[in-house]
Design a protein around this ligand. Structure first.
Ligand code: NAD
Length: 248
C-alpha cells in the first residue's frame, strides 16, 4: 500500500477506534488530521508526537461534528495545511442507551446529531475538494446494530442504519467523480465506549462471536487502510462487517 503524500481526516480520533485508525494510516505514510472535542492537551500532544516519530505531518483540530460550521472549519483547516483531502473517515460517535419507553428526546437527538448528522456535515464540506481532485475515499463507521437493531439502542441503531443509507446514496452520487464511499460495521470492539458494559453483557456478546474474541481498534483500522488504498478502487457503496463473524 503506497499512501505517500495522501491526507486523511479521522473524526473523533483522540481515542478508541478513531485513534487506532489514525495511527495505522500514519504508520503507512498518510498525513493526518486529528479531530478532537473534549480531550486534554497532553493526550493530543502525545498523538502528534507519535505521528512526527512516524515521519508524517499531522495537525489537531478541535471540532464538534454535529455543528455544521464547526465541521466546515475542520475541513478548511485541513485544506489550509495540506491543500487536499484524500481520505475522510467519519468515526466520531456516541451512545445514549436506554429502553425506548424511557428514552429522553434529548438522548435520541444527541445520538442522531453526532452519529448521523455529523457524518453528513463532514462529508458535505469535504466532498467539494474531493470532486475537484476527482479522487477520494470516504469511510463511514456504522455498526452491526445498524443492520440488526438492538434492544435499548433504538437511537443508536437508527443513527447507524442512517449512516448506511447515507453511504449508499453518496456512493451513487459521487462514483462518476472517482470518489468511493463505503461503510464499516464493527461488532464488539474493546474501547472506552464498550468498557462501561456490564460483565454479563460482555460474556453474552462473546458467546455470539465465532472467532471467540473481542475485536480491537486495529482490526477496524486494517479494513480502513484497505478501503482507502488503491487495492479498493473498484469497491463502493458497500457495508463490511468487522465483527469476528457475529452477524452473518
Ligand atoms: P469512543 O467513545 O472511545 O470514541 C468516540 C470518539 O468520538 C471520542 O474521541 C469522542 O471524543 C468523539 N466524539 C464524540 N462526540 C463528538 C463530536 N460531537 N464531535 C467530534 N468528536 C466527537 O468510541 P469508539 O468505540 O472508539 O467508537 C468509534 C466509532 O465506532 C463510533 O462511531 C462508534 O459508534 C463505532 N462503533 C464502535 C463499536 C465498539 O464496539 N466500540 C462498535 C460499533 C461501532
Amino acid at each position: 500500500m503506497n499512501f505517500k503524500g495522501k491526507t486523511a481526516i479521522i473524526t473523533g480520533s483522540a481515542r478508541g477506534i478513531g485513534k487506532a485508525i489514525l495511527l495505522k494510516l500514519a504508520s503507512k505514510g498518510v498525513n493526518v488530521v486529528i479531530n478532537y472535542l473534549n480531550q486534554n492537551k497532553e493526550n493530543i500532544d502525545d498523538i502528534l508526537k507519535t505521528c512526527y516519530d512516524l515521519e508524517v505531518s499531522a495537525i489537531a483540530v478541535k471540532c464538534d461534528v454535529s455543528d455544521f460550521k464547526s465541521s466546515e472549519n475542520l475541513i478548511e483547516e485541513t485544506i489550509k495545511e495540506f491543500g487536499k483531502i484524500d481520505i475522510l473517515v467519519n468515526n466520531a460517535g456516541i451512545t445514549r442507551d436506554g429502553l425506548l419507553m424511557r428514552m429522553k428526546e434529548e438522548d435520541f437527538c444527541d445520538v442522531i446529531n453526532i452519529n448521523l448528522k455529523g457524518t453528513f456535515n463532514c462529508t458535505r464540506h469535504a466532498v467539494k475538494y474531493m470532486v475537484k481532485e476527482r479522487y477520494g475515499s470516504i469511510i463511514n463507521i456504522s455498526s452491526v446494530v445498524g443492520i440488526t437493531g438492538n434492544q435499548g439502542q433504538a437511537n443508536y441503531s437508527a443513527s447507524k442504519a442512517g449512516v448506511i443509507g447515507f453511504t449508499k446514496s453518496c456512493a451513487k452520487e459521487f462514483g462518476s467523480r472517482g470518489i468511493t464511499v463505503n461503510a464499516i460495521a464493527p461488532g464488539f470492539i474493546e474501547t472506552d465506549m464498550t468498557d462501561s458494559l456490564k460483565d454479563e453483557i460482555k460474556e453474552k456478546m462473546l458467546s455470539m462471536i465465532p472467532l471467540k474474541r473481542i475485536g480491537s481498534g486495529d482490526d477496524v483500522a486494517s479494513l480502513v487502510c484497505f478501503l482507502a488504498s488503491d487495492y479498493a478502487r473498484y469497491i463502493t457503496g458497500q457495508v463490511i462487517n468487522v465483527d469476528g463473524g457475529m452477524v452473518m
